[in-house]
Design a protein around this ligand. Structure first.
Ligand code: SF4
Ligand code: SF4
Length: 380
């Protein structure tokens, strides 16, 4: 069946020797795959997934890499589950099927980084992902379409709706604003305070041009960071794959953030800590702003991001308008990305401004997390 591949345009992909980052996500195994692995005598490798409650491959030490990863090499490479074959491409089902690249994979940034440790020839992402789309059938869309339909009917009933094309146009009209902190604060405050009907994009942009925000954005960023990085169990924290392919986790406790090495066997030793006060929101260079604008375009175009906003609204019983929830979630995501980027730079001791390279590192850290957010549709 047809799937939207537009998010893959302009990207190239190859897998990197010695990376293994995707082996830190516990891969689900479907019933046929479970049978296949059982036939190989590997039934000991299957457990309940830590994340989804379904069946999945075990993690080393309960919170490290997949049990089959040794020295960053897969021991069952030819027989690995489809999650591993398809990474960094995810198939998302909402009102349609869409292939979403996971930008935490450094194999999608190779033309930027010039890394030559390729495990396979570099090829256009569309070509690399095409074979995976073929397993999607029309029937698989029945349930997510029904869920989205019910959500839209509820929005309509509560008078909280906004057509998605208009929502995307409004967000696109505000994307330049979201590349500086005053603009992010203005969009956030607008999302909290605006109570009228959705207006045309240029009228909303106009309103925001005259907005003088009062929010303490650093406080706001730290609150957001605590949600993602304040978890007690280090094994639950997101992993950052550094440029040299070493892995780190960052844990917030009280008013400090600690960096730990992540190993195949799980969280390892501490490698430094900072006071949260010492993480500034660093300004962006022109090149970094251009990349951030592209990334915001990506978020807007992702059905899973729309599904995330829909999920948040559904959870609260659709008490606020879709427009407000969407803009607020987008601004919060950008703020989280920029705080994490600034934090990575502080640990590296590098630079006073976020440049393109630093922002790529921030996206590498952030993207798997935003893709892991709950959503009304489903990844298959
Ligand atoms: S994260 Fe990307 S580059 Fe790294 S092992 Fe997985 S597919 Fe390969
Ligand atoms: S089966 Fe292999 S490729 Fe898949 S997560 Fe485990 S080690 Fe990685």
């Amino acid at each position: 069946m047809d799937a939207d591949l537009s998010l893959l345009k302009g990207l190239n992909f190859t897998c990197l020797e010695g990376c293994g980052y995707c082996c830190l996500f516990q891969p689900d195994v479907g019933p046929e795959e479970e049978e296949r692995l059982n036939d190989m005598g590997l039934s000991w490798s299957i457990t309940r997934s830590h994340f989804s409650g379904s069946r999945a491959l075990k993690l080393q030490g309960g919170g490290g890499a997949c049990i089959f990863l040794k020295n960053r090499r897969c021991q069952i490479y030819e027989d690995r589950p489809h999650f591993c074959r398809e990474f960094p491409f995810h198939i998302y089902l909402g009102e349609r099927a869409q292939v979403i690249p996971n930008l935490s994979c450094r194999g999608l940034w190779l033309s930027e980084e010039g890394n030559d440790k390729y495990l396979m020839p570099l090829k256009p992402a569309e070509e690399a992902a095409m074979p995976f789309v073929q397993r999607i059938t029309d029937e698989m869309l029945d349930a997510p379409r029904k869920t989205m339909g019910e959500f839209h009917a509820l929005l309509e009933k509560e008078g909280m709706g906004c057509p998605r094309p208009l929502l995307s146009d409004i967000a696109a009209a505000l994307k330049e604003k979201l590349t500086d902190y005053e603009g992010i604060a203005a969009v956030l405050e607008f999302s909290w305070e605006y109570s009228g009907e959705p207006l045309p994009p240029d009228e909303i942009a106009e309103k925001l041009n005259g907005w003088a925000p009062e929010t303490d954005l650093k406080e706001e960023a730290i609150e957001g960071a605590r949600d993602a990085l304040g978890l007690e169990n280090p094994a639950d924290l997101p992993v950052y794959s550094a440029e040299d392919l070493s892995w780190y986790i960052f844990q917030i406790s009280g008013d400090r953030i600690t960096r730990k090495r992540m190993t195949e066997k799980g969280p390892g030793r501490d490698t430094g800590s900072l006071s949260l006060e010492d993480v500034p929101l660093l300004p962006l260079t022109g090149e970094a702003k251009a990349l951030l604008t592209d990334y915001i375009d990506t978020l807007i175009a992702r059905d899973a991001f729309y599904g995330y906003v829909a999920y948040l609204l559904s959870e609260e019983g659709v008490e606020s308008p879709l427009l407000n929830a969407y803009l607020g979630t987008l601004a919060t995501a950008v703020l989280d990305l920029l705080w994490r980027t600034s934090m990575l730079m502080r640990f590296e001791g590098s630079g006073a401004k976020i440049d393109r390279r630093a922002l790529i590192n921030g996206i590498v850290f952030f993207d798997a997390d935003i893709l892991d957010a709950p959503t009304l549709g489903e990844f298959v």
